[in-house]
Design a protein around this ligand. Structure first.
Ligand code: 5GP
Length: 190
């Protein structure tokens, strides 16, 4: 049977990456993570082909031009997109594919898959906005102007939470992953 398409969004710094890693360890969920293409520079510790495919703008624009992306969006001056062929290949193999993407890209995927029973969207929320600010600053990988931009963006993104099928608060990554795991299981009747 064809796999689910799962969109996971949430503001920058909410902990999507950590929650995703916990979910990926649960083999019973049969998940595959869709590795995005981005023009953003790698952060320390990020690996090309594992966290993202890090590309230049020209390569990204070509992928858009050749219709190779399922969706794409600009986020804080960088381009991000989901390679289409890979997602479909995995789903056809029966894998449940997880897209960790921002709200504009998520909206275009929601539009495309609104009638698909095998599509679900989940929004990950921080315990509070103050906590989110603490987490973004705690990462200490970005300049103040970028932090401010990401915080402003986060407010806008949080206001779109109602568009999603499910909302999960990330109090701890384990609890959030557990809730998401239950949502996925209810959908695939494990
Ligand atoms: P970051 O730079 O923090 O890794 O990612 C910035 C934002 O872009 C996050 O909200 C992340 O989920 C989102 N993002 C990552 N990959 C994609 C993608 O392929 N498409 C879209 N639309 N957003 C993405």
């Amino acid at each position: 049977m064809k796999g689910l398409l799962i969109v996971l969004s949430g503001p920058s710094g909410v902990g999507k990456g950590t929650v995703r890693k916990i979910l990926m360890e649960d083999k019973s969920l049969n998940l595959a993570y869709s590795i995005s293409m981005t023009t953003r520079k790698p952060r320390i510790g990020e690996v090309d082909g594992q966290d993202y495919f890090f590309v230049d703008q020209e390569t990204f624009d070509k992928a858009v031009e050749h219709d190779e992306l399922l969706e794409h969006a600009c986020f804080v001056n960088n381009s991000y997109g989901t390679p289409k062929a890979y997602v479909e290949k995995l789903r056809n193999e029966g894998k449940n594919v997880l897209l960790e993407i921002e709200t504009n890209g998520a909206r275009s995927v929601m539009d495309k898959y609104k009638d698909d029973d095998l599509f679900i969207s989940i929004f990950l929320l921080p315990p509070s906005f103050e906590e989110l600010e603490k987490r973004i600053r705690g990462r200490r990988t970005e300049e103040e102007s970028v932090v401010q931009e990401r915080l402003g963006k986060a407010k806008g993104e949080i206001s779109l939470q109602t568009l999603y099928d499910y909302r999960v608060q990330n109090i701890t990554p384990e609890q959030a992953a557990n809730e998401i795991s239950n949502i996925i299981k209810s959908k695939i009747h494990l």
